[in-house]
Design a protein around this ligand. Sequence first.
Ligand code: NAP
Length: 246
Amino acid sequence: MALLAGRTAVITGAAQGIGFAIAEQFAREGARLVLGDLDLDAARAAADKLGGPEVAVAVRCDVTDASEVDTLLNTALATFGSLDVLVNNAGITRDATMRTMTEEQFDQVIDVHLKGTWNGTRKAAAIMRERKRGAIVNISSLSGKVGMVGQTNYSAAKAGIVGLSKAAAKEMAHHGVRVNAIQPGLIRSAMTEAMPQKAWDQKMAEIPMQRPGEVSEVASVALFLASDLSSYMTGTVLEVTGGRFM
Ligand code: NAP
């Protein structure tokens, strides 16, 4: 039996990168999907790649806007009749040291990651608790565990996602809703391809497994946390880092 047969999953920032890799693995395991992204055309193209409207539908959703998150989650209910899994994955970086980071860059990153994850978590939880079942997977980062130079905004947001996930897990455990987080390390995606070579090399030197991770390697952990394989786990943080900063 496929791990997500008959389940509906919503993924934010799902048009590319880790979000799309999660969508691919979930689809392979029988899930029906609602893909949210800022870029509707890209989300539509992603949904087509997964097999079209029988399997996946696309919605434009800016996770910082609570009403757009409502629309995203309600699409799962209206189209497929349930909401079983939410992955809060949407993300941006606006790296700069504190000397040069603008207040706007700080606020943007906190808004997308922390407020976006809060919006998704609280709104999905409200639906899932009624049905006494659900799994929420929040994408944090190793940056939230150790703090990274040039990322006071991103590290703060990603550490905040850990606290948010644990608090939400405690609030929702007796309602049958699990909330867990993933902290990826250096993963090959558009986000990391933009990195200067020197920064990439520095990070590579810190990885005991001596290679970057692939988006599919984050997706398989998301699948584990979304499925009943992790039925007795809530409030946990799983590191997908090749051993970096263990
Ligand atoms: P990515 O390729 O840049 O994908 C991020 C996606 O999020 C994009 O499709 C982007 O859409 C979307 N997005 C951005 N702002 C949004 C918003 N306000 N509302 C909805 N969607 C929005 O990055 P990725 O590497 O796959 O990252 C996915 C997640 O993993 C992020 O939370 C990131 O922080 C986390 N992470 C990544 C790594 C890594 O090494 N790659 C490591 C640790 C954690 P547009 O492109 O259309 O703007």
